[in-house]
Design a protein around this ligand. Structure first.
Ligand code: NAP
Length: 311
């Protein structure tokens, strides 16, 4: 048996219920993982909020797409993206739905070795944000010498976008609320406060212009400022402004091609996180039973860094 958090209906965070589930033995190619920590992402609450539509036949909705833990059983000789997976291995699970659980049964292709340098909590929260960040950087071809405007540069995705862009040799102007400006400076980005007058502040911070922009916020302000500054709209990508992208002539990420690009990049991204090429910080941990509380907090102004659930 395992305890699992699911959304039993569409609505707010109180739609989340903790239920008990039977777990079968692993079939050929499957891995049973005892979960140590679970990364929380905005998609988790969007999956039952109605923001992505509603379909009663999908209820209850399995929550979560990433976790860290220990392998407790395998089905046959199991090969993951990084090689053989054995009982006792410390692993990261990424890309599989339903990680809000004490134990999860997953196909081996979603199971990677946890770098020793990452603790359980950080390891659980790295890949969703880093995969999205890498995907966004690739989609607009960020390279050395670019000046990049990153909207939401203190956020989970935005902070990795900014750090990986800097590692590629780009200059980064990052939007954030005032309290997060020092954190942006600490990793080498130029902070700009969002809100009224944003366009003028970005122009002052980037007197030679902006070559590309990555929006991780999705507000009209973020999109409008980027469109005003860029000469080439195909160098704007958003993780959130889906409604405006086709008419606006800019890109979004998140479809099947994105998922494949992220899956292929995951081993390297995990290695880079372990080696300190970029950092993911943990803002808060919550018991798995308090998943609803974590979702309510994540939807309002919240501390910088990842939220993590502990079973
Ligand atoms: N398409 C995809 O595949 C994909 C994948 C992952 C995430 N996403 C989406 O990307 C978005 C960000 O995810 P996340 O994990 O980075 O979330 P997050 O950690 O909560 O970060 C969001 C950031 O947005 C900033 N923000 C809030 N209001 C703002 C405003 N009015 N103007 C500018 N910035 C504002 C906040 O910065 P301050 O704290 O400085 O205020 C916050 O740090 C979410 O909508 C998520 O669903 C999409």
């Amino acid at each position: 048996m395992t305890r699992v958090a699911v959304a039993a209906s569409y609505g707010g965070p109180d739609a989340i219920e903790i239920v008990e589930r039977e777990l079968p033995e692993p079939s050929e190619g499957e891995v049973l993982v005892e979960v140590k920590a679970i990364g929380v992402n905005p998609f988790d609450y969007k999956s039952y909020s109605g923001a992505l539509g509603t379909d009663a036949s999908k209820l209850p909705i399995a929550l979560g797409s990433e976790a860290s833990g220990i392998v407790v059983a395998v089905g046959g000789a199991v090969e993951g993206p990084g090689g053989t997976i054995a009982v006792g291995d410390e692993v990261v699970v990424s890309g599989q739905n339903g990680t809000y659980a004490e134990r999860i049964l997953v196909p081996a292709r979603f199971v990677l070795s946890k770098p020793e340098a990452l603790d359980w909590k950080v390891a659980a929260g790295v890949l969703a944000v880093a995969g999205t960040a890498y995907d966004a950087l690739e989609s607009v071809g960020i390279k050395s010498g670019d000046t990049v405007l990153v909207h939401g540069a203190a956020g989970g995705v935005g902070s990795v976008v900014a750090q990986l862009a800097l590692a590629r040799g780009a200059t980064v102007i990052g939007t954030a609320r005032r309290q997060n400006n020092d954190a942006l400076r600490a990793y080498g980005a130029e902070p700009v406060e969002y809100g009224d007058g944003l366009l003028d502040r970005v122009r002052a911070a980037a007197p030679n212009g902006v070559d590309a922009s990555i929006d991780t916020v999705g507000t009209d302000e973020a999109v409008d400022v980027s469109l005003e500054l860029l000469t080439d709209r195909s160098r704007l990508v958003s993780t959130a402004a889906f409604g405006r992208a086709s008419a606006g002539g800019f890109l979004t990420v998140g479809g099947p091609a994105s998922m494949e690009r992220r899956r292929l990049a995951s081993p390297v991204l995990l290695e880079q996180a372990g080696a300190g090429v970029f950092e993911v910080t943990v803002a808060k941990t919550f018991p798995l039973a308090d998943a609803a509380k974590a979702h309510a907090e994540l939807q309002s102004t919240h501390p910088r860094g990842k939220f993590v659930l502990i079973p």
